[in-house]
Design a protein around this ligand. Structure first.
Ligand code: PRT
Ligand code: ZN
Length: 283
């Protein structure tokens, strides 16, 4: 039995459960309970605050966990980063009042910076050889400059809206973050076997995200051009149609490129372009 630590509520909770669900793992997701078992995979879920997940995995109370890379880096504990999961994307950046003139990291020499991520920031400034005063605060970091608590902040940025609302400008990105699957170092063979199964299911789910299945009929003398428009993951499938002189191409394409490719295909005489949703892509 594998134990996985997930955030009990917050930004990563729903997406983590969705990933498990899409990987075919049914969980009683009543997250008021601390621990829930899966009915169809030997895994149980331990619901925690995200701050506690790296520690719980590092010491082996949970075998694996899903948490933001920012939390993993901040704690600095020994865990294996097994897989990037692509959701919960954000960055950790330095920001200063928008009217201040920024000269580079040395701007922060002797200044006060408010953050909930002091360890990551300390490492960054150590590398840059800049001495500043780091003020650790738990929440609402972005209001610190306006109330005179700090000259700048170091915080999570996603859309950038919070910084703008608080009259701040992002001046330095220190790291990118997304949700990661972490594991206790040195798990035994049996557990690693289950972790491997889980990871390959996650890979299939992640690969199919943002992808569509495209079927298109093209005149045989335009196949080369059509294949140049739809570069596929491997070789696209090419099938002759009953109607002589025509073939069907099947391929997996990025959702963001579907319309552009459809327009280009129509221009070279393609017909009957069918776009289908993809549930899983198992390779
Ligand atoms: O209760 P618990 O301790 O478990 O949760 P939490 O409140 O500490 O964390 P939570 O749920 O807010 O975030 C969990 C994780 O989501 C973070 O550790 C990041 O890895 C990731 N994540 C992704 C974010 C954001 N995007 C994000 N935008 N975490 C926080 N924010 C906040 C940020 O702090 C800032 O206040 O959103 C604001 C900035 O957003 P924009 O879009 O205005 O730039
Ligand atoms: Zn937290």
């Amino acid at each position: 039995m594998l134990r996985i630590a997930l955030q009990s509520k917050g930004r990563l909770n729903e997406k983590s459960l969705e990933l498990l669900r899409e990987a075919g793992i049914s969980i009683d997701d009543n997250n008021r309970r601390l621990l829930s078992k899966s009915s169809n995979f030997p895994v149980e879920v331990l619901y925690l605050r995200d701050d506690d997940i790296p520690q719980t995995v590092s010491c082996g109370i949970a075998d694996i966990g899903i948490v933001g890379l920012n939390e993993v880096m901040e704690r600095g504990l020994e865990v294996d980063i097994l897989q990037h999961l692509g959701f919960g994307k954000c960055r950790l950046s330095l920001a200063i009042p928008k009217n201040a003139v920024y000269s580079g990291p040395e701007y922060f020499e002797g200044r006060k910076i408010a953050t909930s991520y002091p360890a990551i920031l300390r490492n960054y400034f150590r590398e840059k050889n800049v001495n500043c005063e780091i003020r650790e605060i738990a929440g609402s970091v972005e209001i610190s400059p306006a109330i005179g608590l700090a000259d700048g902040i170091f915080d999570i940025v996603s859309s950038g809206g919070t910084l703008i609302q608080n009259g701040l400008a992002e001046v330095e990105k220190v790291m990118d973050s997304d949700a990661v699957l972490i594991g206790t170092p040195g798990l035994g063979e049996e557990k690693m076997d289950l972790v491997g199964k889980l990871m390959s299911r996650f890979t299939s789910v992640l690969r199919s995200r943002g992808k569509k299945y495209m079927l298109v009929n093209v005149p045989n003398d335009r196949i080369e051009e059509a294949l140049a428009i739809i570069p596929s993951m491997k070789s696209p499938t090419l099938l002759p149609l009953a109607d002589k002189g025509w073939s069907a191409i099947h391929a997996v394409v990025d959702e963001s490129e579907v319309w552009d490719k459809a327009d280009k295909l129509k221009k070279i005489g393609a017909e009957d372009i069918l776009i289908l949703s993809m549930e899983k892509l198992i390779v």
